[in-house]
Every structure is written in C-alpha cells, then in structure tokens.
Design a protein. Structure first.
Length: 297
C-alpha cells in the first residue's frame, strides 16, 4: 500500500523509498471556485487523483498538498495570490531535497494551472532530469492525461465540478448557482470559465476521468521505471501540446467552442475584453446581491 509522508517515522520512510522510490506531490491554490465548489478545489482534486493512483499501484509516498504560494490566481474574492518570484527556486530546492532522500520517481501534479505555472513546472522538471539522468520527474496538470475527453482545463466549470462531485461530494452544492447565465455572465459574476456545470457536470463523468487518470499515470510510471528511460515523461508534454495545437486549428472551430464553453465568437471577444480591460476581476451583479440570493430569477 502507499504511505503518507506526514505520518511516517524516519525508519518507515527509508523502508518505503527502498521498496519503491516514488513521491506523489499535489499542488493547489486557495482560490474562489464560484459558489458551488470549495475554495481549495485545485489542491483537493489533485490530492484525490494522486491517492487513487497510489492506491492502484499500492506503493509510493504521498506528500501533503501545497496550497500556499500559488501565483497568477484570478482576481476573485476569497483568493490568495502570491508573487511568482522565488517559486522556481522553491521547486528546484524541493526536487534536490527529494533526490537526496533517495526518491528517483517524482510526480508533481498541479490543479492550479495558469500558463506560467505549467511552464515553470515543465521547465524545472526537464532541467532536473537533464542533470540527474537516474531520476524521472513529471510536472503536469491533470488534463495533460485527459485531453482526449475534451478536457483542456476549466475553472469551476464542467470538468472541475465533475471531479469534485466524486472527490468531495459533501462540499459541492450546485443549487448555489443561478440558472440560464451566458458564458460571459458565468465568468464575470460567478467565476466560472468553461461549460455550464449545471448542464454538463456529472458524477459519472467524474468517475470516468478519475479512473482514466489513475490508470494512465500508473502505467506511465511503471513504463518509465521498467525501461529506466525519461523519454515517456517527455512525450507527455509533446503529446498534450500537439493536441492543443490541433484544437485551435480553423477546422476544429466547433469543437473548440464547445471545449471552451463559448456559444459563438462573440463570447471570445467579450471574454478577452473582460480579461484585458477589466483584468479578469469579479463583477457583482448590478443590484449588489449575490447570484445565489436570486436563484432561478
């Protein structure tokens, strides 16, 4: 079975590393995920995904979720945004420390995924593997292994809501959301970017995502370890970015609109206007009340 770092005594940790030197590290944020999801959604979902993977493999050491330090969070209420400065240094130090302990297989999974965070993890992990040929490090978001589902990341929308409906059902309350909001209304007033969770999220979809992720990551880890080859981890980045490039080709316009939750090009321009002119700042409804105060109206 897998073990949790915070509960292990030194001798037990050494035994686990000798048995299989695998570290699972979930990375999250403290960020508003609308009215229906918990503020720790980013970290909670990846902790659950890594636990399921560790259970399937029956080995590895699970580290506590890192919630503090997330940068480039949205300009939403109840949200912590930290400076990016020093984050790269932190992850370099952390990997060196894990390596010194004896870990040779390290999975950093972030549920908070602004492009800057994704690039930072990718660059840090690839650089570390270049200088440590006997170590295998992967730093990704959950959707890197799930893009064939049409999951390229969202915020409190279809995919994150479906995952949380399985991972933490007692902390999900869809009745907090008003009905019939357009894409830009959901983004500005509810902090939801993506497909309407009221119409598209389900426990079944969440279970499918979790099962696929845990199967794929566990098989990937076993493949890398058996071959003692870093390339399968590097292929994960190449495969994902290739699919994303395909998504944004003109011929895939309809698929792209569906994935992003847009009804038309007008949504794209309204969204970009909100991002660049308003700074993606949360906008209260006109009467100053919370949308949840006027459910169904």
């Amino acid at each position: 079975m897998y073990r949790e770092y915070i509960y292990l005594r030194p001798k037990e940790l050494d035994e686990e590393i000798k048995r299989f030197p695998l570290a699972f590290v979930p990375l999250g944020a403290l960020e508003w995920h609308s009215y229906h999801l918990p503020l720790g959604t980013d970290g909670l979902k990846v902790d659950f995904l890594l636990r399921k993977t560790a259970e399937k493999m029956a080995k590895g050491v699970l580290f506590p979720t890192k919630f503090w330090g997330a940068f480039r969070t949205m300009r939403f209420p109840w949200t912590f945004n930290f400076p990016r400065a020093g984050q790269g240094r932190f992850y370099r130090y952390f990997l060196k420390k894990l390596y010194k302990m004896g870990f040779r297989m390290i999975i950093l999974l972030t549920g908070h995924y602004p492009e800057g965070m994704v690039r930072l993890l990718k660059r840090t992990c690839k650089n570390f593997m270049r200088s440590h040929q006997d170590c295998y490090v992967l730093g990704i978001t959950e959707y890197f292994l799930l893009s064939d589902f049409g999951y390229f990341g969202d915020h409190a929308a279809r995919w994150e809501t479906s995952l949380e409906m399985v991972a933490n059902p007692e902390h999900v309350n869809l009745s907090e959301l008003p009905k019939d909001y357009s894409f830009i209304q959901r983004a500005m007033h509810l902090g939801i970017t993506g497909q309407d969770p009221l119409l598209t999220s389900s426990e079944e979809e969440g279970r499918n995502l979790i099962e696929a992720f845990s199967n794929r990551l566990s098989l990937l880890i076993e493949k890398v370890w058996e071959k003692k080859n870093q390339q399968p981890f590097l292929d994960v980045y190449n495969d994902y970015y290739s699919k994303r490039v395909q998504l944004f080709k003109r011929k895939n316009r309809d698929k792209r609109l569906k994935v992003l939750g847009w009804d038309s090009k007008k949504d794209m321009w309204n969204y970009l206007k909100w991002l660049f002119q308003n700074g993606a700042r949360h906008v209260k409804v006109k009467d100053g009340a919370l949308p949840s105060d006027n459910l169904g109206k």
